[in-house]
Design a protein around this ligand. Structure first.
Ligand code: HEM
Length: 172
């Protein structure tokens, strides 16, 4: 059985490692729905708050807190599969070939970088909402989380997208 020799003399079978990466990719695919659910909930609360001019309350805070946590989980799993599935290696091997190939360009560059940008917006947004005066909190929510959700929506490899499209749900 092929064996991977890790640091400190640890040995892992390559089948075990590739199954683990496949499982993480499936989890990454599934948790997108949590990100989208909490993102849409946050957006709904932001729009309702701006329109009705109501105060910033517990559901407003909870929705964007869960949106941030789900994005953190997604980023963490994303980075693990990015490195272990060879995307980082591809990028360091030269930008030319990566940029010429639609599939590689999407996962090695566009998807990863746009999602990191969305993640930064979510974190900056959470601080901005906390610091904003009470009548401006919903506007800050709408701006930062709305923009982050838009970036996430356009960077998901939806099944209808040519070449890079993936299934809506993973098969375990
Ligand atoms: C909110 C953030 C994110 C969402 C919603 C998201 C969503 C997705 C989805 C739906 C897939 C397709 C999975 C499949 O069915 O095969 C995917 C693939 C992937 N994502 Fe993300 N992602 C996010 C952030 C990230 C980040 C920050 C990175 C890396 C830094 C990343 C790296 C990857 C990689 C490398 C793949 C392709 C795996 C492969 O087939 O090799 N993702 N992502």
């Amino acid at each position: 059985m092929p064996i991977l020799r890790m640091k400190f003399g640890m040995k892992l079978s390559t089948t075990f490692v590739s199954n683990l990466i496949m499982m993480l990719t499936s989890i990454h695919s599934l948790t997108r729905w949590a990100v989208l659910f909490f993102g849409l909930w946050t957006l709904f609360n932001a729009v309702r708050g701006v329109v009705s001019k109501k105060g910033y309350d517990k559901p407003d805070n909870l929705s964007n807190l869960f949106f941030m946590i789900s994005c953190d989980i997604q980023l963490l799993i994303g980075i693990i599969i990015y490195v272990s599935n060879g995307w980082f290696e591809k990028l360091t091997g030269g930008m030319g070939p990566v940029m010429k190939d639609t599939y590689s360009r999407f996962f090695a560059v566009e998807h990863a970088f746009t999602m990191i940008l969305a993640w930064i917006l979510v974190h900056v947004g959470r601080t901005a909402v906390k610091k904003a005066s009470s009548h401006k909190k919903h506007k800050a929510m709408l701006l930062y989380f709305g923009l982050a959700l838009l970036l996430i929506l356009i960077s998901i490899p939806w099944p209808f997208r040519e070449v890079i499209g993936k299934a809506l749900f993973p098969s375990f």
